[in-house]
Write a protein that binds this ligand. Structure first.
Ligand code: G3P
Ligand code: CA
Length: 359
């Protein structure tokens, strides 16, 4: 949780923006997953401001692209499930029934109301997390990547803190298929706002290994940038990353190599960290008081990689059998499995656990 910084002047946009530099040793970090999303609708500016005030180290931005090439902060590349798009723009869904962000302009996306994630059950909206903020309460809107960076950098100035950003490039394969280069767009914005080197307080994450290699070996050198990259890890059958063949047929990217000997060394050739799913680090369901820790963290550390697993939630049904409660779960990961940081929807709880340990 330590954070020292050397303020640098961002030269972009005529604004006096302070870009925090990374401490030599950050200690264990808390990443606000989609903001303080356990308390306010995910990826709203309100949720980010709340997380900032809770004392986190980094705020996460999931990034997708609109029809007119603007980067907006939201988790899915679909608008249904968090907005009123179906009633505002009936008839704009694709054949699969989904409303794709990439089919809407920024002005259209901004005009939507945004709420807690919901599912349709028998035609009725049911919240994904029933104990969280109520559906459709208050007025929340989708915002751009630039707007969020400006809020965080503004807060860094007004509070004197140096909180970092942790953007994720979502589904670059899908945007490429739509004729869009989302990675280049993300890097362009980051450069404008002063995030350019490994010392900048940012981790740039993606599930797409081929895209991370492209960013590392082509895009960043061409743009004079050298950011820290994080390889997110998935199971192949989640279909998190797809690969298009010459005929336009998509098949799932095969993640199996990431779980084989030597994988961490391979990842370390293009990234500075991994973002594993929690059960890849501590086996589930397990037995209370006897967590079974896999070799992943040790192997990653041996390869020089940071380990930031996702996602720590205290909602009902989200505490694995090996943990007594949410605090115990966080302690197991941070101080038994020895991960370097956690993505949490309840970042205040992770901040408390790390403070109680003194680092
Ligand atoms: O980026 C870390 C974690 O957020 C990955 O999962 O699906 O919540 O973006 P997701
Ligand atoms: Ca994410």
């Amino acid at each position: 949780m330590k954070s020292f910084a050397i303020p640098l002047l961002a030269l972009s946009l005529g604004a006096a923006l302070s870009v925090p530099a990374l401490a030599a040793d950050e200690g264990k970090i808390v990443i606000a997953h989609r903001g303080a999303s356990g308390y306010l609708p995910e990826h709203t500016l309100a949720s980010k401001a709340l997380a900032y005030g809770m004392g986190v180290d980094y705020l996460e931005q999931d990034l997708v692209m609109t029809k007119d090439d603007q980067l907006v902060v939201m988790h899915d590349h679909f608008l249904d499930g968090i907005t009123d798009v179906a009633t505002r723009f009936p008839g704009r869904a694709r054949a699969d029934g989904r409303y794709y962000v990439v089919d809407f302009t920024l002005a259209e996306v901004r005009s939507l109301r945004m709420t807690e994630p919901f599912q349709l059950v028998d035609g009725k909206q049911v919240p994904v997390y029933p104990a969280r903020f109520p559906l459709w309460q208050s007025d929340f809107r989708i915002h751009t990547f630039q707007e969020e960076i400006e809020m965080i950098q503004g807060l860094n100035k007004s509070t004197g803190k140096h909180i970092g950003i942790y953007p994720e490039i979502k589904a670059p394969w899908l945007f490429r298929h739509e004729g869009k280069d989302i990675s280049k767009a993300v890097l362009t914005v980051l450069k404008q706002y002063g995030y350019t080197s490994k010392e900048s307080k940012i981790y740039l994450q993606s599930f797409d290994a081929d895209e991370l290699k492209r960013i590392d070996t082509e895009l960043m050198p061409a743009m004079g940038m050298d950011l820290k990259l994080v390889q997110l890890m998935a199971e192949t059958d989640w279909h998190e990353t797809m690969v298009y063949d010459a005929k336009g047929q998509a098949t799932p990217y095969d993640y199996d190599w990431m779980f084989k000997p030597g994988a961490m060394k391979t990842i370390a050739s293009y990234a500075e960290g991994i973002g594993p799913w929690k059960p890849m680090v501590v086996t589930e369901p397990g037995t209370q008081g006897k967590p079974v820790i896999t070799a992943m963290v040790k192997e990653a550390h041996a390869a020089g990689l940071k380990v930031h697993p996702y996602t720590f939630r205290q909602d009902e049904g989200q505490i694995p059998a090996y943990a007594k409660d949410f605090t115990d779960l966080l302690n197991i990961f941070l101080y038994q499995a020895d991960v370097d940081g956690v993505f949490s929807d309840f970042p205040d709880k992770a901040v408390e656990v790390i403070k109680a340990h003194g680092k």
